[in-house]
Ligand binder design. Structure first.
Ligand SMILES: [Ca+2]
Length: 475
């Protein structure tokens, strides 16, 4: 027996059941890797078709305004699995670790009698905090593979192992993280691609964008296979399916930023008989809210130990709003030299504060390590005097925007999804700026976040070892 079961008094969940109450639901979490939400047709994407994701959405609720607080794999997944913001969990850098003793969905749901498994990408630490039962199945081909195999046998076995015991299964798919190795990029007509406004137009960028899109097509196919396995397991009617695209892609302005296309995420939830099919909601939610939501759906109360809170009432149509603000942060180490950022959004506005604006922003993966087969150098080349003048100017504008950032940025949350129009200089908006800045300051204070000093190599190296230099145990 897992020793963590004996830690139950520290978890303080209260399970509420009533006579005739159905068995607690199963949970199936489907998470992509580095898929920008608005590349999906569900959020306006024009370049790919995702019939399986669209069908799931037609059977559940789609969140128009779902976010995560750090647009990198490790911190955002830690937020998702712990219900805590990054500073409090301790996973406030990529490739770092939560503070020792941090509880996750694994502990909470096991305490409620669930079996808790994970297939595919995990990328969270330390092991004691994320002790999922490993389940084989989610493919991860390292070599170029047009049509990857996805054998769902073990996944289906996990789902149907014991119909008296509810389960949570996380399926961490590898699409569309770099390197883009699966799918059929050749099926895209490069000239017909509609490039997002924050991407400069060069031939190599189109090539690589098609390779990225091909991975989204594979992910959608995998979602279809997975949902087929759920059907075959006989558990679909009593399973909450939660699908999310994770943070934005590796194109500039998405992943590793606090801009909208970095920190916003696709979120779809299906729960047969509980959630009205085909609904959309504008309720503002973020990853820290997901674990409390799952626990309340499982019948637990006393959920005050989390930073997020349950949006179960939004799911079942009893509420149309949830939280006033969502919060963001960025530590650039280890993806480059320090460039700390904090951000906040409400339903109308998105405010970013760059804590060291005198520095230039460097992202070592995107701007250097893939040299010779990447798009960044083609953007720089496109600014040269021999290139077309129009292309010249856009590439230059996007490079400049990415590398040199002002102390503050204010954007409308709608109508400018790539946040190319900074409104901070509009004096008529200063009351909004002041309100957002104050709310961001309150959040940092409530977390104990020291700000710019967090973004150093020493801080990151200590956090990797579970020896965080500041803060308290998160539980
Ligand atoms: Ca990721």
């Amino acid at each position: 027996m897992n020793i963590l079961r004996f830690l139950a008094p520290a978890i303080l969940l209260i399970l509420v059941t009533s006579p005739g109450f159905a068995r607690a639901p199963n949970f199936l979490i489907i998470i992509a890797d580095d898929v920008t939400y608005n590349d999906l047709p569900l959020y306006g994407g024009q370049n790919v078709k995702t019939p399986n994701i669209d069908r799931l959405a037609s059977e559940g609720v789609t969140f128009n305004r779902a976010y995560l607080s750090m647009s990198m794999c490790n911190p955002c997944r830690t937020e998702l699995y712990t219900g805590l913001y990054p500073y409090r969990s301790g996973s406030a850098w990529n490739h770092s670790a939560a503070r020792p003793g941090t509880h996750s969905v694994v502990h909470y749901l096991r305490e409620l009698g669930y079996r808790v498994g994970l297939s595919g990408k995990k990328h969270v630490q330390p092991a004691d905090s994320f002790d999922f039962e490993p389940v084989k199945g989610v493919p991860n081909p390292r070599e170029p593979t047009p049509d990857p195999e996805f054998d769902t046998t073990d996944i289906q076995e996990f789902m149907s192992r014991d119909s008296d015991q509810p389960f949570l299964l996380v399926t961490g798919f590898h699409e569309a993280h770099t390197p883009w190795t699966v799918g059929h990029p050749e099926r895209f007509d490069l000239n017909q691609l509609v490039l997002p406004d924050n991407i400069a137009d060069t031939p190599r960028t189109r090539d690589l964008f098609a390779a990225y899109l091909a991975e989204i097509v594979v992910w959608d196919w995998e979602v279809g296979k997975l949902l087929g396995a759920l059907e075959a397991s006989g558990q679909a009617d009593n399973t909450v399916v939660l699908l999310t695209s994770e943070q934005g892609s590796a194109f500039p302005g998405n992943k590793w930023t606090n801009w909208n296309s970095g920190v916003r995420t696709a979120l779809v939830v299906r729960w047969p008989g509980k959630i009205e099919a085909g609904r959309r909601t504008d309720a503002l939610v973020q990853y820290a809210d997901v674990l409390p939501t799952l626990l309340s759906a499982a019948g637990a109360t006393a959920l005050n130990q989390f930073d997020g809170h349950s949006f179960l009432q939004v799911l079942v149509g009893e509420a149309s709003s949830h939280r006033d603000y969502v919060y963001f942060m960025h530590q650039n180490v280890p993806a480059g030299p320090p460039y700390p950022i904090r951000g906040i959004a409400d339903s109308e506005w998105h405010y970013v504060r760059n804590l060291a604006p005198d520095r230039i922003y460097i992202q070592k993966h995107m701007m250097g390590l893939y040299s010779g087969r990447w798009f960044w150098e083609t953007w720089i080349a496109a600014t040269g005097p021999s290139a077309d003048q129009r292309l010249n100017q856009k590439a230059l504008d996007l490079l400049n925007r990415f590398v040199r950032r002002p102390p503050e940025q204010l954007y409308r949350a709608s109508g400018d999804p790539f946040q190319l129009r900074n409104l901070i200089g509009d004096v008529g908006l200063s009351p909004i700026r002041n309100r957002m800045a104050a709310a961001l300051g309150r959040w940092m204070q409530s977390q104990g976040d020291p700000g710019a000093g967090l973004d150093t190599e020493d801080q990151w190296l200590a956090a990797r070892k579970g020896e965080h230099l500041q803060g308290k145990p998160s539980q």
